[in-house]
Design a protein around this ligand. Sequence first.
Ligand code: ADP
Ligand code: MG
Length: 262
Amino acid sequence: MSSKIIAIANQKGGVGKTTTCVNLGIGLARNGKRVLLVDADAQGSMTASLGIQEPDELENSLVNILEKVLNDEIIEPEKCVLRHQEGVDFIAANIELAGLETSLVNVMSRETVLRQLLTPFREKYDYILIDCMPSLGMLTINALVAADETLIPVEAAYLPVKGLQQLLKTIGRVRRKLNPSLKIMGILITKVDRRTVFARDIIEQLREAYEEHIHICRNCIPLSVRAAETTAEGKSIFLHDPKGIVAQGYLDLTEEVLGYEK
Ligand code: ADP
Ligand code: MG
């Protein structure tokens, strides 16, 4: 199988992008896949949830590596990645990444620098998952340009239709101008409180509005405090609460993603 790059994107924060990136990534690794996770958010939440406590002291984080690519330096993939004990490699991020957005403005090929960076990683990994920041700025555009597919987590807690429209418009624009082969893997409904009718209503509305054009993942990710706890633990839901509903949700998502290989 050739590698697949998946950008996990939604300009709204708190919808479960980072949680999905970590747990889908580790889920795939548990199935023997070689997985690289890329933290493309200056907040570094993914980096933190993979157990890095002092991200500012890292020698190699996404910003340094992107700068090397911009300066046409050769990068050595092995030296850029960190390893997590649950079998995934990752490229970390820290707050320095925040300055990059503005410095990219005047750069030639500013939308394709992440794609360029990831090219030598493709042969080493089966899956590369990019955890996008909560905006549609230059870094998210870079992620969509680098990606083969995008997975869109949507929280079942408010009416997400408007924000989604904006994201889909951006994806359409990226497709027309920069990455014609970009596919939408699907919408993943997250943080579903099974006890409420409200959540069911939102799922219903999402299906009505989008199902005709966009795949909506078979399974939703349920809401559970156990998921929120993993962030501080530095481990996946599969270790933190293996028998819980969120672990089951991410197992199902992993199966679904693996199913696309066939
Ligand atoms: P994003 O990356 O889109 O901002 P996160 O993955 O960081 O979203 O999730 C936002 C917050 O919600 C975090 O505190 C996280 O721990 C929590 N969270 C994520 N998924 C769930 C879930 N299924 N149930 C409960 N809390 C969750
Ligand atoms: Mg995040």
